[in-house]
Design a protein around this ligand. Structure first.
Ligand SMILES: *Cc1c(COP(=O)(O)O)cnc(C)c1O
Length: 319
């Protein structure tokens, strides 16, 4: 069934009505910390999590210039391609997913769904994928799909950042600025860059604790901090209310969980009844648990964890 793209007003409204739940978590209670989780995984059945925000202005931009085809990039379990395919199906865009690696004998659950929603899957070698902006690949895509609107891997462009900024703004609205830190998982850092702009700059207190804390899921987050500052500069301004924490990637992107992380995952889900995804949110929660134990936040702090979604990726993941 084809629907109109939601308007910006509807988008802002949806962002302000995402459930903010108190987390029943003994560990935090013992240290005198209040923890809330923003269930952005529940914002929609398929177009959910932070990808809901990152895609919004991208879809509008494609529509505005009259482009019916959207091309983007990702791996075989990509939450971004999954959300894009769902959006294309719903709002009437043709979508093409350029996938890293050879076509497997059997598609992953993610790609099966994307394909069923009409996304055309275009497999390229890893070396070709690394060089995704090469004129060779671009020409090949133009020849195959005609004119298209291109969204980078993970939806990480200026439109993505503008959408993520709304996420930060909505948190500020919901809590009337009464929180200590907002915690989230970071891959490209695009969501952190936008969200921290939306939270606004740090001025009401002298606290050295950042308002927005990104837990990098990449091993060797190297230039991620620089990249975030650059993304913000391209938007409007740089704010210094955020930081990146990189010790909790648990072996790296998409890797099988270490025994410690896997055990944490089981206990956290059992105790709090909040389902986590194995690539992003579990690492953020694990990092938060470690920092709470280290008394990183003073007694009486109020934390907001952002559930950025990704639960579709649990299928086919061996824990
Ligand atoms: C894509 C994704 C992220 C990372 O977002 P970035 O903007 O790339 O930092 C975090 N969590 C989930 C569940 C995701 O799917």
């Amino acid at each position: 069934m084809l629907r109109e793209l939601i308007s910006e007003d509807e988008f802002l409204h949806a962002a302000c009505h995402v459930p903010l739940q108190k987390v029943n978590w003994q560990l935090a209670q013992n240290k005198g910390i209040d923890v809330f989780i923003r269930r952005d995984d529940l914002v929609d059945e398929h177009l959910s999590g932070n990808k809901f925000y990152k895609l919004f202005y991208n879809l509008h931009a494609a529509k505005e210039i009259g482009c019916k085809t959207i091309v983007s990039f990702g791996g075989a379990h990509s939450n971004h391609l999954y959300a894009l395919a769902a959006a294309g199906h719903r709002f009437g865009f043709n979508t093409v997913g350029v996938i890293r690696g050879e076509r497997p004998a059997q598609l992953t659950a993610t790609l099966r769904d994307a394909n069923a929603w009409g996304m055309q899957l275009h497999f390229v070698s890893r070396s070709m994928y690394r060089d995704k902006l090469s004129s060779e690949l671009q020409q090949c895509l133009r020849a195959a799909y005609g004119d298209f609107f291109e969204i980078p891997e993970g939806g990480a462009n200026l439109y993505g950042l503008m959408g993520a900024k709304v996420l930060g703004w909505a948190i500020q609205e919901q809590l009337k600025a009464d929180y200590t830190s907002v915690c989230l998982a970071s891959g490209t850092g695009n969501t952190l860059a936008g969200l921290s702009l939306g939270l606004g700059s740090q001025h009401q207190d002298q606290s050295s604790i950042s308002k927005a804390i990104g837990f990098s899921v990449l091993k060797g987050a190297g230039d991620l901090g620089k990249s975030i500052a650059m993304q913000q500069r391209s938007a409007d301004k740089i704010v210094n209310n955020w930081c990146l924490i990189s010790g909790y990637h648990g072996g790296g992107y998409g890797k099988k969980l270490t025994p410690a992380l896997s055990k944490f995952n089981r206990h956290f889900e059992l105790e709090t009844q909040i389902p986590l995804d194995p690539v992003y949110t579990v690492k953020m929660c694990w990092g938060v648990s470690q920092l709470i134990q280290q008394q990183y936040w003073p007694i009486g702090s109020r934390l907001v964890l952002v559930h950025t979604g990704g639960l579709q990726g649990r299928r086919g993941y061996r824990y």
